[in-house]
Design a protein. Structure first.
Length: 204
């Protein structure tokens, strides 16, 4: 999923000295710039300092969760985003998809597949069509790890459809081949008798 830049004004108490407000607004801009250029540790330090001093709004605190996610600190990312996502309903659809996907991926990497599923499903309601293949692909694994074969098959099949229709590029050939093999394996779980009939034992 592509990163997005959120350009929002920080709410700073009016009692602060004008110069202090200006300096901290600059710090916020610097934090956003660090984030945009992939310097997540530097961005995280600034966001945390501003949050400690001024208690950032939910939208900016979600940035802290994203920084943890991009730094592979999945437990902290999930803790932040689980709390904040219900407060972000007013944001634009694709902006929300970024938070949903980062949280789903955080739970996925923690092997918390049941917790990841509703966030991947939320991604599908607001993301672009070219991004749906990734969400369906991960959902397929979530269901497979829980031995929900029918759901896993449906999601992997949908992943292949969206990849081929909206992202049919060379770097997806290996993934599409993997999905095709997984669909065959899942089909064997769903229809074991058909699998046996299709591959009869050699006669003696």
């Amino acid at each position: 999923m592509k990163r997005i830049i959120l350009l929002i004004c920080l709410s700073i108490p009016l009692s602060l000295h004008a110069q202090s407000r200006h300096q901290d607004t600059e710090k916020l801009g610097m934090a956003l710039e660090y984030f945009t250029y992939g310097k997540y540790h530097e961005a995280l330090l600034l966001f945390q300092k501003l949050d400690k001093d001024y208690q950032l709004n939910a939208r900016f605190r979600a940035y802290i969760g994203l920084c943890y996610y991009y730094e592979w600190e999945y437990e902290k990312a999930a803790a932040y985003l689980d709390e904040l996502i219900p407060q972000l309903d007013a944001l634009a659809p694709h902006e929300r998809s970024v938070y949903y996907y980062a949280n789903a991926e955080s739970h996925f990497h923690l092997a918390q597949y049941k917790e990841a599923i509703p966030y991947y499903e939320s991604v599908l309601t607001v993301c672009y069509d070219r991004e749906k293949g990734d969400a369906f692909y991960r959902l397929g694994f979530c269901y497979m790890f829980q031995e929900q074969w029918a759901n896993a098959y449906e999601c992997m099949e949908s992943a292949a459809i969206f990849y081929r229709r909206f992202r049919n590029i060379d770097d997806l050939e290996a993934r599409l081949a993997q999905i095709d093999n997984m669909l065959k394996g899942l089909n064997a779980y769903l229809h074991p008798q058909s699998s046996v009939e299709a591959n009869p034992s050699p006669t003696k």
